[in-house]
Design a protein around this ligand. Structure first.
Ligand code: SAM
Length: 318
């Protein structure tokens, strides 16, 4: 798909470039905030699966860091602490501490926890998504591992009363996930921002008022993470979900959010053209600095330009 064509078919992709966001995902967090007011009183945030960084931009530039920095009587201690983690490296953002690592790895969780050094976070957000295969069961399972990893970090760093926002894939195990989250948060809503396509199974769990069960030991969940991460561990886990039937069946609060009369992410919109009828597509604000598909793009470009020795190119760029 050409850039102009994508601009036409994906209004939030175009708007992100026009408004200076690194990714269209920024609108999802902004629309969740419009409904749930998630930034109120927030000073410390963990942004899990953060690259290329539009959520950190939202959290930071518009909502927290820059406004605190610009306040007339702002001191160093008044500035918010924002820690962002991703598998991919991310171009720097002022005020954001970056950690490169896998959130399903217990060691990465340790690094994040250390950054908070005894202080607790007010908000943890997780927009993590695996490279989807199109096999819904598989994608949903991998996604649920990211949520479990996010929840593990939450139980170590989130203060009581804090909030957790996590991307989910709606599927047959959604009710189980809802019940698991309800063990830790009395209020859990599944939200679908207007900028998230209706055709996508993506939604966001908005979990409020963190209240772990009495006697809960975060180390237990941590051990579960280590178990899932080990080759033999998964066999020991009972992941059956058939017990949510009859009286145990739950009805999940599901809320559409964002201005419902605003842009529809599944529609095409006409492009804003200059008076002479031309249109200029903007470049992305911050392309990924080392994406996993970099070599594939180089190979594609080289083959378009008739480069003969593709084998050499692939070795040179690895
Ligand atoms: N919220 C981001 C933004 O606004 O720019 C977009 C996040 S993108 C949809 C999903 C991210 O999840 C990718 O950057 C990917 O590298 C990251 N991710 C997937 N699995 C991960 C893992 N196990 N640990 C850390 N990051 C992961």
């Amino acid at each position: 798909m050409g850039k102009a064509s994508r601009d036409k078919r994906d209004i939030y992709y175009r708007k992100a470039k026009e408004e200076g966001w690194r990714a269209r995902s920024a609108f999802k967090l902004l629309q969740i905030d419009e409904e749930f007011n998630i930034f109120e009183g927030v000073k410390r945030v963990v942004d899990l699966c953060a690259a290329p960084g539009s959520w950190s931009q939202v959290v930071l530039s518009r909502k927290l860091y820059l406004s605190a920095k610009l306040a007339p009587d702002a001191g160093e201690n008044d500035l918010p602490l924002i820690v962002a983690i991703d598998l991919q490296p991310m171009a720097p953002i002022e005020g954001v501490t970056q950690v490169q690592g896998d959130i399903t790895n217990a060691r990465t969780a340790e690094v994040v926890i250390r950054h908070f050094d005894g202080c607790k976070a007010d908000l943890v957000v997780c927009d993590g998504a695996p490279d989807v295969t199109g096999l819904h069961d598989m994608d949903e399972f991998v996604q649920s591992q990211l949520i479990l990893a996010g929840l593990t970090i939450v139980t170590h760093v989130l203060k009581e009363g804090g909030k957790f926002i996590a991307k989910i894939f709606r599927g047959k195990d959604t009710s189980l996930l809802y019940c698991q989250l309800k063990l830790f948060f009395p209020i859990v809503t599944f939200a679908k921002p207007k900028s998230s396509r209706n055709s996508s199974i993506e939604a966001f769990a908005v979990c409020e008022n963190y209240s772990p069960p009495e006697g809960f030991n975060p180390e237990d969940l941590y051990r579960l993470l280590e178990k899932v991460g080990s080759p033999s561990g998964v066999d020991d886990l009972d992941c059956s979900s058939g017990w949510l039937e009859g009286p145990n069946k739950v009805y999940i609060p599901f809320l559409a959010c964002g201005d419902l009369s605003g842009y529809d992410s599944d529609r095409s919109y006409p492009l804003p053209r200059f008076p002479d009828g031309t249109y200029k597509s903007l470049d992305p604000i911050q392309p990924p600095i080392a994406p996993p598909y970099k070599r594939a793009l180089e190979l594609k470009k080289a083959s378009c330009h008739g480069v003969q020795d593709l084998g050499k190119l692939s070795l040179d760029s690895s």
